[in-house]
Design a protein around this ligand. Structure first.
Ligand code: 13P
Length: 254
């Protein structure tokens, strides 16, 4: 059985004070829900103070990006070891990074390898745009992103990766994929690629989160699907009651 994993991608939101307040609100409710792996991924400047708040709580911390090089003249970038000093997770290849910051499957792959090398759990994001979806290219795009993102990994390394299927048309639109649509991609596209690359046991062990307009209302239905192993939550992770409800829905999965 794969342990459900719910992570909040705060994107570029919240002041430092608001960030600490949100974590303070989450802690009492989320600490006891150990059946679900749960994490928050705030902006870089808040990682240090939030790692102190989260120490020993069982709630993980993730960054939203990082560079693949260990150190050097890369102004404005953050190295894998810097992230690993405070975090357990790192979101890589988010569609916003691909679209606005020109990340490619090749650079995402370098980041996945660099994250694993320092002991971070990469959350590798894949997903098709609306145009690609309407052109019937979902399987092709998601297959390519998954395959190239994980290229060169051993099965042991791959087993430590989390995949987030985030159809771009569902992100921030209030128009989530239906549970059937997401399940079809998870079970029919992503997991078969994992099986082909790394074998059946590893393919079955890797968690595939769904992301894109997940909220307190639709989470339970999404989590009722056998291959939807949790969620990468954007907007709804900024409000404590909503994120708590989503984690509870994952805990009730059965
Ligand atoms: P929303 O939940 O706001 O649609 O964002 C999803 C997302 O991009 C998470 O990484």
């Amino acid at each position: 059985m794969r342990k459900p994993f719910v992570a909040g991608n705060w994107k570029m939101n919240k002041t430092g004070e608001e960030a600490r307040l949100l974590v303070a609100e989450l802690l009492p409710e989320l600490q006891s829900i150990t059946a679900v792996e749960r994490a928050v991924c705030p902006p870089f400047p808040y990682l240090v103070s939030l790692s102190n708040m989260l120490a020993g709580t069982g709630i993980g911390l993730g960054a939203q990006n990082m560079h693949w090089e260990a150190s050097g003249a890369f102004t404005g970038e953050v190295a894998p070891k810097m992230v690993a000093e405070f975090c357990q997770y790192v979101i890589l290849g988010h569609s916003e990074r691909r679209a606005y910051f020109f990340e490619t499957d090749e650079t995402v792959n370098k980041k996945v390898k660099a994250a694993l090398a320092v002991g971070l759990t990469p959350i590798l994001c894949v997903g098709e745009t609306l145009a690609e979806n309407e052109a019937g290219r979902t399987a092709e795009v998601v297959t390519r992103q998954t395959r190239l993102g994980l290229e060169g990994l051993t099965p042991e390394q791959a087993a430590r990766v989390v995949i987030a299927y985030e159809p771009v048309w569902a992100i921030g639109t209030g128009r989530a994929a239906t549970s059937e649509q997401a399940q079809a991609v998870h079970a029919g596209v992503v997991r078969p690629v994992l099986r082909e690359l790394f074998g059946e046991p590893v393919a079955q062990a890797i968690r595939i989160q769904y992301g894109g307009s997940v909220n307190a209302k639709n989470a339970a239905e999404l989590f009722s699907m056998p291959d939807i192993d949790g969620a990468l939550v954007g907007g709804a992770s900024l409000k404590a009651p909503d994120f708590i409800a989503i984690v509870k829905a994952a805990a009730a999965r059965g």
